[in-house]
Ligand binder design. Structure first.
Ligand SMILES: C[S@@+](CC[C@H](N)C(=O)[O-])C[C@H]1O[C@@H](n2cnc3c(N)ncnc32)[C@H](O)[C@@H]1O
Length: 449
């Protein structure tokens, strides 16, 4: 956490200010510390302030000088015990992590839910083992959850988020992204809103840890709950939540919090809200369109079918300012809401370049190398991981080709390109999202598979 972020932070209990005691520093960043409020003390671990509540044990461990255990315990706190069983033996096999694994196992025996895959991820330099551990390699596997994060880039919901945020014209105040997950989309959203300060909030520390370490290192990170945002009133000019509110039960409370932390000219961008009128396999707690609209009642707003935002984006335009001529809202699988002048000021504007191409270029994650390569050509084929993934992403057909052939020279140019630069030979593939930008900490070479 950067020291000057503390000015924006407030105690989630009573809204009072917080004072930072720095215990470990890495350059400008405080890695370990304590945030003292009038009613409680909150930990800073792995550079992330933990203001979601329930991390009192981590505070005690920090005071006792045991930061490693404090971090592991905080990371796994929200994991069901059934998912943890697979983690502890794996950790025990990792030599450097063995004492930590023993302590974590002991802590589990004390009845505390733990998610320690983070240590494993640190050991191998990629977030994938962590995602596999928490979603697949356990007694309650959740392959769709794994697929969500494994194939997060380049899905319709990614492009909808970019198109919706491209319509915003907020003031210079900081921006808050709530429920950033592992931060896959955060760098491109942040680039659209640069140079504003960009604060990424997420309740699950394992995901936020991945965001900070791998995918979204340039943001400020705060571990907190959407229904009790630990920020001063009117601290932000824009609040963004991408595919989040369907998974928050107390939506009215979250919406009140989003509005509280916005200044009077502030805007809200909520994308991929699941329409309860349409059947979904993984819907969380969806609302009908009228219910979603109620969350921003009293603000000037537009509700758009996500497909309408997607089609505008594919035509290189920001989300439109009205739903006229777009997909029927009531029949839409998912909808987006843009509320407040700050969210609507650039509605319908043309895009300067392709926001999804920001970052190091690589082939779309759903494109696999196909047989038949020769000396001059590389072939790709679209492969979806499951039927329900296909059912959940029907709009992929609107842009992603089933097959792609690139010359090896084009691939070499892409590899050598500065992040954000699209070689002319790849322009068509980028326009169809067959080639896109990868976040800064993506492990390995995206072309290397
Ligand atoms: C479907 S994921 C989307 C993640 C990210 N926005 C993306 O598009 O990749 C929903 C995210 O919302 C987070 N979330 C759910 N309820 C939350 C709450 N009450 N407070 C903060 N985050 C929450 C989840 O932990 C998860 O990371």
């Amino acid at each position: 956490v950067r020291v000057d972020l503390v000015e924006l932070l407030r105690c989630p209990l009573g809204g009072g200010p917080l004072a930072l005691e720095v215990l470990e520093r890495d350059g400008d960043e405080v890695e370990v510390g304590l945030l003292r409020g009038e009613a409680a003390t909150w930990p800073v671990l792995a550079g992330i302030p933990l203001l979601r509540g329930g991390d009192g044990e981590a505070v005690d461990l920090i005071r006792a000088g045991d930061t490693a255990t404090a971090t592991a315990l905080a990371v796994v706190r929200r994991t069901p015990l059934s998912r943890l069983d697979a983690v502890v033996p794996l950790l025990a096999d990792l030599r450097p992590a063995r004492p930590l694994a023993r302590r974590v196992a002991a802590a589990r025996d004390r009845g505390v839910a733990r998610r320690t895959g983070i240590v494993l991820a640190a050991a191998v330099g990629s977030p994938d083992p962590l995602l596999r551990l928490t979603h697949l390699d356990n007694r309650r596997p959740n392959p769709e959850g794994y697929h969500y994060f494994r194939y997060r880039l380049g899905l319709p919901r990614h492009l909808v988020a970019l198109g919706a945020v491209a319509a915003a014209r907020p003031g210079p105040e900081p921006v808050v992204e709530v429920g950033c997950g592992a931060g896959h989309l955060t760098p491109q959203l942040q680039a659209l809103l640069a140079p504003r300060r960009y604060v990424a909030v997420e309740r699950d520390l394992d995901l936020l840890w991945v965001a900070r370490r791998f995918f979204a290192p340039a943001a400020d990170h705060v571990c907190a709950d959407a229904t009790a945002l630990p920020f001063a009133d009117r601290a932000f000019g824009l609040a963004v939540a991408v595919d989040v509110l369907s998974f928050v039960e107390a939506k009215a409370a979250a919406a009140r919090e989003l509005r509280r932390v916005l200044g009077p000219e502030g805007g809200v961008v909520l994308t991929s809200l699941i329409n309860a009128a349409v059947r979904h396999e993984y819907a969380g707690w969806p609302l009908p369109v009228a219910g979603w609209r109620r969350l921003v009642e009293g603000m000037p707003s537009v509700a758009l079918a996500d497909r309408t935002v997607l089609d505008a984006y594919l035509a290189a335009r920001a989300a439109p300012g009205s739903s006229d001529g777009g997909e029927d809202l009531e029949a839409a699988r998912t909808v987006s809401l843009l509320a407040g002048e700050a969210a609507l000021g650039g509605a319908g504007a043309g895009l300067a370049g392709w926001p999804h191409a920001l970052g190091r270029l690589g082939p779309h994650p759903l494109l696999r190398r196909d047989a038949g390569d020769d000396e001059s050509t590389v072939l790709y084929r679209r492969v979806l991981p499951s039927e329900s993934f296909a059912a959940d992403n029907p709009d992929l057909d609107r842009y992603l080709p089933e097959r792609l052939a690139l010359t090896r020279a084009a691939v070499d140019q892409a590899r050598a390109a500065e992040p954000g630069r699209v070689p002319a030979v790849l322009a068509a593939a980028v326009a169809r999202v067959a080639v896109l930008g990868y976040p800064p900490g993506w492990p390995g070479d995206p072309w290397g598979r």
